[in-house]
Design a protein around this ligand. Structure first.
Ligand SMILES: [Zn+2]
Length: 139
């Protein structure tokens, strides 16, 4: 068990030091991610989590109007990948999340399939946009 936020809650598979901004992450989303990781059966390396304004500027430029309405701004999305990351583990991740949808556990997931990572999120506040799946190129 990994204790977070001075013992306020704990996760089985993720510790605070795996996140750049652990204090900005949604606990509800982290619990979904932890359950996903347990079902995945592989380590899942987090490569990006909550994004500050300055991190958004680095990625998308100064014009905030042009920024995507990203779950990274709400602490309800991460980028990362199973270890090892290959076609098989990518497909396993997809299947695990689909099973969680069908079982009513992770009802509003977004899965972005990028060449170098997966984007996983939960947009519970925007049910019209989730569940969703898309492909992209890693920045
Ligand atoms: Zn992302």
């Amino acid at each position: 068990m990994n204790r977070w936020r001075d013992g306020a809650f704990s996760l089985r598979h993720f510790s605070e030091d795996e996140f750049d901004h652990p204090d900005q992450m949604s606990v509800r989303f982290l619990r979904l991610l932890d359950e996903f990781r347990a079902r995945l059966g592989y380590p899942f390396r987090i490569t990006d989590d909550f994004r500050t304004k300055s991190e958004m500027v680095d990625l998308y430029g100064q014009n905030m109007e042009a920024w995507p309405d990203s779950s990274h701004r709400y602490g309800t999305g991460v980028d990362g990948h199973p270890v090892p990351f290959n076609a098989r583990t990518r497909f396993k991740a997809r299947q695990v999340i689909a099973d969680m949808v069908y079982n009513g556990i992770w009802t509003q997931p977004g899965i972005g399939h990028y060449d170098g990572h997966l984007h996983l999120d939960s947009h519970e506040d925007r049910p019209d946009t989730r569940p969703a799946e898309w492909v992209g190129v890693s920045k």
